[in-house]
Every structure is written in C-alpha cells, then in structure tokens.
Design a protein around this ligand. Sequence first.
Ligand SMILES: [Zn+2]
Length: 215
Amino acid sequence: MLHPSTELRTINPTIGAGVFASEPIPRGTIVWIRDPLDHVFSPEEFDALEGPIREHALKYSFVDGQGSSILCWDLAKYVNHSCEANLLSTPFEFEIAVRDIAAGEQITDDYGSFNIEAPLECHCGSARCRGVIRADDAERLVPEWDAQVRAAFPAVIEVAQPLWDFVQDPARVEAAACDPARLASVAVNYVGAEAGVHAARTQRPRGSSAPGSRR
Ligand SMILES: [Zn+2]
C-alpha cells in the first residue's frame, strides 16, 4: 500500500504514468508497505501465466527475496525507477523515504533491487544514472543502500507514519530505529544465486514502460 499523500500522474506518452508526492513526505516515512491485498505469485504460478495476462504481470510485478512475484493492487505498481531513488527497500516488508520528498516530486524506486532478470536501459536523467539497470546491480549497490537506509531509519519513529498499522512487527522496527547499526542488510531482499532460486523473470518490473522512460 502506498502512502496516502501520493497520486498518479501522466508524464508523457513515452514514459506513461508515474507516482508523485501530493504533499511533502519527510525522510524516514514508510511510503510503501506490503499488505494482504497485494497479489503474490509463486514461481510456479507465475510461470503458468500466459498471453496478455503474463505480459501485464511481467510489466507491473516485482520479485521479492523469496522469489515470489508481487503484483501490487494499488498505485505502487506505477512507481518508476531512478538511479537516485528516493525510496529504498528495508529488511522489513516496506520501503522508506531515504531523503525528504517535496510535494510534486516523483516517487522512485531502484529497480536494481527488484531481482530483474534482463538488463533495462535507463534514461532516468540522474547525474548518477547507471545507463543500464542490471540483474547484479544489487551485489554492488547493497553497501550504499544499507548506508542510506541506516541513516534514514532513526527517523522512522520520529515522523508521521500513516501506514504504521500495516507494520508486521512494530517492536522490531522501533528497536532498529533506536539502533540502526544493527539493522539487517537490505541484501535479504535479493534472490541470491547461492539460494538456488532463479525466479527473477521480471524483465519489465513494477511500473516500467518503454525505453526512454525514467528507467
Ligand atoms: Zn538511471
């Protein structure tokens, strides 16, 4: 579920739609959290999809650390990629703002964290654009993502959290906010080769559209 201060906007015919903050969202805010209405496909269920339904699921789902494909039921599936994403996944089943997000600013994820299988050409416009989003980006970027998440995490218990009721283990989250150095690595979100799971079939993950988009 996405934070309530978000809205879908059409960007242009090439990119399609994106999700924007309708009010300021401070660093540390839970902006997306998994909820029971999100559709979860096991690898076998996903592989059984065919035709246009499969295409739709490929475009709008992402693969979690267990290899399941998650199709978000709400606007979350339209969140675009940026190589300087303002949201990052945490070891919990939610994403936080890793910096202050202004009203009117686009909300972005790093698709390198979504267990993609095929490289995605990126034109996100960031000064730090990687040019191509690759399946192994997470292996290189986890330390940087961990640093950003740990720096933002103390604010989790300081800012308004409209999605707090959906947090599965609030005591653990509060403990992590008090001692972020002990926060587990976001690497738990990635399907490692050592796990023997290769479910990352998502060639065009959540919210992606044509080349030339924010990816
Ligand atoms: Zn980029």
